[in-house]
Write a protein that binds this ligand. Structure first.
Ligand code: RM4
Ligand code: MN
Ligand code: MN
Length: 433
């Protein structure tokens, strides 16, 4: 393969040099401020450094809506080019060392070659994702009326077999989890027998569960509607939790932030799943109306903070069975996906670090003394603290960029990729997600 353009470490260092002064100044000032609160700023840098979130393989291609898709220039045309872009994101922000694959969108011809290609860029593989919400070329049965819950056993068997194949590929890639999201449901009252559909789901999931290696987990992702517009089989966290209980200790409930009705208290769902030892992890994104798949933290940053407040609380309490897997699940329709993914990853680290700033003794005291406003201001104090310099220092020390966005733009990466990746007819782009 001809040499491909990569952002050079020296270039990142040069760009960092320009911003170093303000970072140092802000960092010093914040350090003093935090010390008054008995917080050691270096501890927060350590937290920021440790945080990681997986990038979805399909997220580096331009997404689309059900109306249209407007491709950008230099889009990755296959999984190897997608990994190049994931490597670039990782290089600049340092908090995205893993990639989550959708099969068959990003099915590798040779999984061990793909693993080596990723490893050469410092990347590993996170949860696998199956796809039985579309028909794929060559498949025998259609998923038009469902997959794991379809009334016909032959369709269910095909969907189960697809999930087993994902696990097989994942074993070679070094993955340790498998995520199942199904679109099964109904568009009209009466179309589906609710209880029978759920029974079939469990029957199919039991087969998938049985194929999990000992050190793997399976994640069930609920969603209240879309593409089914009347009823969805795994419609909420309660149903997901029931299934996780039925399946066994390796089954967990995954929370995609876009999969709830507007105004639902998601942080409370998170707390419940933590308490019951069944939180799988997250698909992070943001939304205004439905499953909008906008960039994390772009619409409701306070909600994101409140979710991390629950996560950090559980982390500090060493909650049982608490090992959340984080992934970004976004669709980038009008932005450069690399830019969106970088900034989204940064927003997550920000919320995580801010949640570590919550004075938990003061919060507990306010709660126990029934003082709502003191409780709220304790949270707000953390949420309104500008931790940008902590994030910048963590990135720079790890070899990343102080300003990932500007460094990326100035590197000319996208332009170079446009030259290297002339769009070809039939290029492997993921389509509308
Ligand atoms: C779904 C769900 C899944 C994602 C697909 C593309 O709404 O969020 O996690 O894989 O979209
Ligand atoms: Mn999702
Ligand atoms: Mn979704």
């Amino acid at each position: 393969m001809a040499t491909r353009f990569e952002i050079d470490d020296g270039f990142i260092a040069e760009e960092n040099q320009k911003a170093r002064e303000w970072v140092a100044e802000d960092y010093e000032h914040l350090g003093k401020r935090l010390r008054r609160q008995n917080v050691e700023i270096e501890d927060l840098v350590a937290k920021a450094t440790k945080f990681s979130v997986a990038v979805p393989s399909w997220g580096v291609g331009t997404g689309g809506t059900r109306f249209a898709r407007f491709p950008g220039i230099g889009e990755p045309r296959d999984i190897y080019e997608k990994l190049e872009d994931c490597g670039t994101i990782f290089k600049l922000v340092r908090s995205t060392p893993a990639v989550s694959l959708h099969i068959p969108w990003d099915k590798p011809d040779d999984a061990s070659a793909l693993r080596d290609f990723a490893a050469a860029r410092g990347l590993s593989f996170d949860a696998m994702n199956s796809n039985t919400f579309q028909d794929h070329p060559g498949q025998k049965h259609s998923y038009k009326f469902g997959s794991l819950t379809h009334p016909e056993k032959s369709v269910r068997d095909q969907a189960v077999a697809h999930n087993l194949e994902c696990i097989e590929i994942g074993k070679t890639l070094g993955s340790k989890a498998h995520t199942v999201w199904i679109a099964d449901g109904g568009n009209f009252p009466g179309q589906q027998h609710f209880r029978r559909a759920l029974e079939r789901y469990l029957e199919s999931m039991r087969e998938i569960y049985a194929a999990l290696p000992d050190d793997w987990r399976v994640f069930m992702e609920h969603k209240f509607y879309e593409p089914a517009f009347y009823s969805t089989v795994i419609n909420d966290w309660g149903t997901s939790y029931y299934c996780a209980r039925e399946l066994g200790p390796k089954a967990f409930c995954l929370v995609d932030l876009g999969h709830h009705a507007p105004n639902v208290n998601i942080e409370m769902i998170v707390a419940r799943l933590i308490q019951f030892g069944k939180l799988a992890g997250f698909h992070f994104n943001d939304s205004k109306y439905g499953d909008d798949d906008l960039d994390a933290g772009s619409i409701k940053p306070f909600q994101l903070f409140l979710i991390f407040n629950e996560l950090v609380d559980a982390e500090l309490n060493n909650a049982a069975n608490f090992k959340p897997a984080y992934m970004l699940d976004q669709s980038h329709n009008v932005t450069d996906p690399i830019e969106s993914l970088m900034l989204s990853a940064v927003e997550l680290v920000r919320a995580y670090v801010q949640a570590h700033l919550v004075d938990r003794d003061a919060l507990t005291e306010a709660q126990e003394r029934c003082d709502p406003l003191l409780a709220l201001s304790t949270l707000k104090q953390a949420f309104t603290t500008d931790v940008a310099s902590i994030l910048a220092v963590a990135r720079e020390r790890a070899g990343g960029a102080i300003d990932p966005l500007m460094t990326y733009r100035l590197s000319g990466y996208r332009r170079r990729k446009a030259e290297e990746r002339p769009s070809t007819k039939g290029a492997a782009v993921s389509g509308i997600v």
